[in-house]
Design a protein around this ligand. Sequence first.
Ligand code: AGP
Length: 613
Amino acid sequence: MCGIVGYVGNEEAAPILLHGLSKLEYRGYDSAGIAVRKKELDPQIVKAEGKLINLINKTNDGKLLIGNSGIGHTRWATHGVANEINAHPHASDDFNIIGVHNGIIENYKELKEKLLGHGYKFYSETDTEVLIKLIDYYCKKYKLGPIDAINKTMVRARGSYAVAIMCKNYPDQVWFAKKGSPLIVAKGENGCFLASDVPAILKYTNEVYYVNDLECGVITKNDVKFYDLNGDDITAKKELKIINWKTDAADKGRYPYFMAKEIDEQPQAVKETIDAYVKECSIDFESSGITNDYLKSLDVIYIYACGSAYHAGMVGQYLIENLTGINARIELASEFKYRNYRMRPNALAIFISQSGETKDTHEALLKCKSMGIKTLAICNVKGSTITRDADFNIYTYAGPEIAVATTKAYSCQLIIMYLLAIKIAYLKGTVDYETIKGYLASIRTIPDKIRAIIDKKEIVQHLATRFIVKHDVFFIGRGIDYTVCMEGSLKFKEITYIHSEAYAAGELKHGPISLIEEGVAVVAVATQPDLIEKSISNMTEVKARKGSVVAVTTENNDMENNSKHQIYVPNINYLFSPSLTIIPLQLLSYYTSIDKGINPDKPKNLAKSVTVE
Ligand code: AGP
């Protein structure tokens, strides 16, 4: 997953492109490059291996590149190693076509053979160079303009792409096309922009167009034009979307890392998500298009997601089953394509995704739609691919999430899971109104309780110093606490590079207990009142094997005798405890990673959302 930007306007393009790339570095950061053009002159192309700062220094903050139009790229290598040659932009030998690309061209080898047969030579290992040279080939062979050459290429190239190109004969214009990978286009006061994601252009405008699959177009100084695969102008049909994110939302501000900022933003993000749907003592999902009658008619709910979103879905499954009397089934979206079970009637399929761009989750959605199942997306990005294909959309209000390891978006997804289960329980009459009111009152206390935990972060910071030396860490819990262990363990391994596993505590005796020995850290999450005794017996088993237990529990439970370290979160109804017990686990991962000198925003080998197979 890479980040692309483009600009044509009255300003110097280079600083604008570099600013945009700095907001997209969470998408890829192993090499970068820009091409800038002054009117008819040949573009200047500069590339650099490594983080964006290398390119910024190499171009003296862009001052070395003169021109009002340009394209830029920050790379996440998929084809060819991360080096300057493979970095984008790529160009045809005569610089007729120069381009940047995010995505994967699956049949690039076949296309390369074709072009080699037509005398093209290749200097890089990338699929992108092939794509750029295919556009060049169609321009020359069939004397086509950019739109027709791009459309012909889109028919011929298989895979996913968001591509931006500059054409020799079309100065002060940047052309674009999209299929599968995200792309937005925007018009600002001093020019027009394109980018892989909103934060790249938010400084200049908050009015954007989302480019749909198999659409292409061009940006010029004052205008944006869209075309379909037939080359017909579809600009009039495009809907302008207003992004209500604050401009500094994509800035780190006073925080050392985006992860620290996003952990600290959780009380506000959770509050905004609660306020969006909880009106006095009722839950209103009208904006999603989903009706009460439809929710009431449901007999089963299927939930699909990947990574942390899947863990939020596990909490949803737990609450739906416990409150509504209907079955809920959580599935890994990345595995669903290999499953062949019969979907029951009166079903709703829910797709949880922060980015709304995760390919596995999108494919699971398309599979359910093809089976005639109604689909509900729970997403944090309006206009994203998954939200555009879902029948209903419920949005989380976490704002832009830049750190690769999700925190605030996950916490907002939990809120939607609670509210959905309570709403269905109310409509089905499986929970009485007084209890519902109690649940909503409890949920409203979550933002302040998260704040209280964050304000005591030093306790976890101190504990983290003991974890940096660990080789193995286990997270154990029962029932709803187990779902939090899954997320805690994912956070831990993805940003500390220390091996960690989450286990349903009841499973320990069936094998994993053999791994517990002196010095092995076990984080035991225990909030569920009817399971506390069992959780304590697990902690005792671990202590017996000299494992060091960190207990994470609510204040009303005394874990002094069963654990070496205790982290207490404010009391709350255990159904909503994941919103509180996850916070110390996020902080533990964060502090352990920075104590190890790791940048938690950009863990190695990981991308923010995975738009490839
Ligand atoms: C979480 O910290 C990871 N970044 C990753 O597991 C993520 O949750 C997963 O890729 C799903 O992304 P999505 O929510 O954008 O679909």
